[in-house]
Design a protein. Sequence first.
Length: 383
Amino acid sequence: MSENTTESKSFLRRHGAKLIASVIITAGIVFTLQKGGLTLLPEGGDFKHVRWWTVPVYVLTLIAMSYFRAVRWRFLLRSFVEVPRRRVLAVSWIGFAAILLMPFRIGEIVRPYMLREKGKISMSSATGTVVAERVVDGLFLSIVLAVALIFVPTLNPLDQKVIGLPITVQQVRASGFVMLAVFTTAFITIAVFYFARAWANRVTRAVFGIVSTKLGDKLADTAEKLANGLHFLGRGRDAGGFLAETAAYWFFNALGMWVLAWGCGVVHADGSAITFGEACALMGMLGCTVLIPGPPGLLGVFQAGIYAGMSMYFPAHVMTGSGAAYAFVLYAVQLVWTIIGAAIFLVGDRGALTTLSHAPGLGAESEAPPSGFEGERALSPNQ
């Protein structure tokens, strides 16, 4: 039996249940959308209002967004290792593709796995920075969404149901505030473990130890490791740099969504164009829905998030027309760009492809990443 065949069977054995579940989720969402009059592939007439020159403009904002999303990671890593910006960009763009293409976000492990190096950066340290990044992103995005939900005018009255989805528009709005509460709690939790580690450790072991001593120890140890990702907060320059580039990342994301929505002809009932605030709300609602354990490519989940956001501001005939075209173009361009971004670094670096193939969840298990990934010896510990 060949090595590739063995690895394929190992992958299916580890993640077969997740793949099956993702197929069921996708099928359920697609069926629900189509039953409500929305489709993943719009009809030709839905594209009649598209200003096609806005698509390459959107691609430019997408590239800028992807760049800042990737390179800001270096600020989180600087507390224990200095990583060249190009290496951070390469690992991140490859990791983003893995996150998008693998079900249930199991691709999240790729970035810390590809970056780790014995004696310089451990898997747990790299994973801690990724968790901190995710929590800060969630908190940042949920704040933007909450502000948009409070200050950006919605349809009056709101439709009772979100077209194509078995939820009310009020539930959509409520989910934004739930998201804010969840990420605020997560940030406070890891912050407490970072700034008051001994006390938080004792409390966690005492509370969960009532149920199981092993559970209390495990949760305390895990939270302590993840809290290490907040080291950047104690370094003003790194904290400022990370937050500034995080703001740039989300700004270009919202800007691109706004430009493309205008370019696809998404308008209000009176014919006025979508506003930047509404684009921020759409971005936030998309962030809410992708938290759902999703299928490869976020197919269906992505579209549901866009439609849920549009339901607060645009009439049904817009959502099923130019809105459907917008959701399709937005999804297709992001999918293609994410794959191209990863391919840029994978095609010219066989070492990176070999390392990726051994990442837990994607290929054969390995105790250490194979050597040969370009830039692997470029790491230098901070003095």
